[in-house]
Design a binder for this molecule. Sequence first.
Ligand code: ADP
Ligand code: MG
Length: 329
Amino acid sequence: ATPAATMVGTSIGAKNGVLFKGGDVLERAKDVDTVVFDKTGTLTEGEMELTDVVPLDDRSATDGGTETAADGGTQAIGGDAEPATDEIDEETVLRAAASAESGSEHPLAQAIVDGAEERGIDLADPEEFENVPGQGVSATVDGEKVLVGNRTLLREAGIDPEPAVEELERLEGEGKTAMLVARVPAGTSDGRLLGVVADADTVKESAKEAVAALQDRDVTVRMITGDNERTAEAVAEAVGIDPDNVRAGVLPEDKSDAIDDIQQDGRRAMMVGDGVNDAPALATAYVGTAIGSGTDVAIEAADVTLMRDDPLDVVKAIRISDGTLQKIK
Ligand code: ADP
Ligand code: MG
């Protein structure tokens, strides 16, 4: 493009809240044949709300057989001194989850904390807080270790998520992000499931229109997310993305490889994301686009920054590049 054309494109972009990092990006964007959207905060508002708290009954407790030689012995009085059931209620589940999550800045965590506070639950200060990216958190709450997160987080702690799977799948089928809550009593390695909590996000108003507009231009639209398959597919369906084009359960550090895979056979992908987690993927993509409330890290790694939170601006970016969006407003 001539310097004059670049100047025009750049200025149309700026007036539409579409910032190109230089003239070559402005040129490149029109050749994108695949757009990969991150789910949370990109296709969805990223503003989670706590929707469900489901206590699990005592069937999930580890009973018998798995006592560990190392630390199981001292407290065992033997026989039937323990009550048969140990009733877990909603408040117990939510208080444990929210106390642990109060150490996290993740939108999923904040929704749980806000939800607990709205329900008048007093939270404990978490100790030894640990954030496990793409999986959840663990922290000591009132002297007991509490885990909140996905199946992988629990499995790695030696806790079988199976008793909660039916609940998880029901909630995920509704497009919610469901998280397991488990507790490991001090001095033991016998974790038990307490229950499930779920957050819901809302799909952005213009997401469906943006996907359709891209597909109309023969651009393949894909979605990538760390969230689980069921939730991801419910969101994909809501915005018109083919379930075959969804990659779920992608760890933050693997997002960039996922983009590489897509670009393997010469495809030119635009990755659209908002989070810190997305920065390497933004850098790998033919065009990296940071959207809206994007973090500084994402903006730095991106070639294009969309100032608004509107997925339709992805279409605008491509149209500015190919010269079909000329109106300055
Ligand atoms: P996304 O790619 O959708 O932004 P993340 O990579 O941040 O998702 O997280 C992936 C999954 O890990 C979440 O769907 C959730 O199951 C789990 N997870 C991450 N952070 C937390 C947290 N603070 N509390 C509970 N679960 C979490
Ligand atoms: Mg994210």
